[in-house]
Ligand binder design. Structure first.
Ligand code: THU
Length: 129
């Protein structure tokens, strides 16, 4: 599939504006491209009971999976607070669960340049049953 990396990043940026992060003040947006060709966005959503917080990546992935999607092609992640906002360990594991035959591409941004990496750069020897 031809991946429009900039489109994914633009959507992740837009989604970061919806972030509910009054506690950390660390906004994050994500955009996942699924093998259907559709994209889904998500933002981090915090809670007064801190452990209930959900990351932007999982928000986007769960939206996609709840719509019947099963295979992630690419994920773009953006935070206005940090260059190269890399996914946390929990989100890496959730991404890995929905990796198809093709390795997932993970897109971040540093100094206005897109940084494109592979799932195995973030989670080598991933666990799946
Ligand atoms: N966060 C994400 O949304 N994605 C990540 O991969 C890292 C962390 C959020 C969770 C929390 O709302 C804030 O960033 C600070 O940890």
């Amino acid at each position: 599939m031809n991946i429009d990396y900039k489109l994914l990043m633009d959507n992740a940026k837009e989604a970061s504006k919806m972030s509910y992060s009054p506690f950390s003040k660390f906004a994050v947006g994500a955009c996942v491209l699924m093998n259907s060709g559709k994209i889904y966005t998500g933002c981090n959503i915090e809670n007064s009971s801190f452990g209930m917080t959900v990351c932007a990546e999982r928000c986007a992935i769960f939206k996609a999976v709840s719509e019947g999607e099963k295979e992630i092609v690419a994920v773009a992640i953006y935070s206005p607070n940090e260059d190269d906002c890399f996914p946390c360990g929990a989100c890496r594991q959730v991404m890995y669960e929905f990796q198809g035959k093709q390795e997932i591409e993970i897109i971040t941004e540093k100094c206005n340049n897109l940084n494109i990496k592979k799932m195995s750069d973030f989670l080598p020897y991933g666990f799946r049953i």
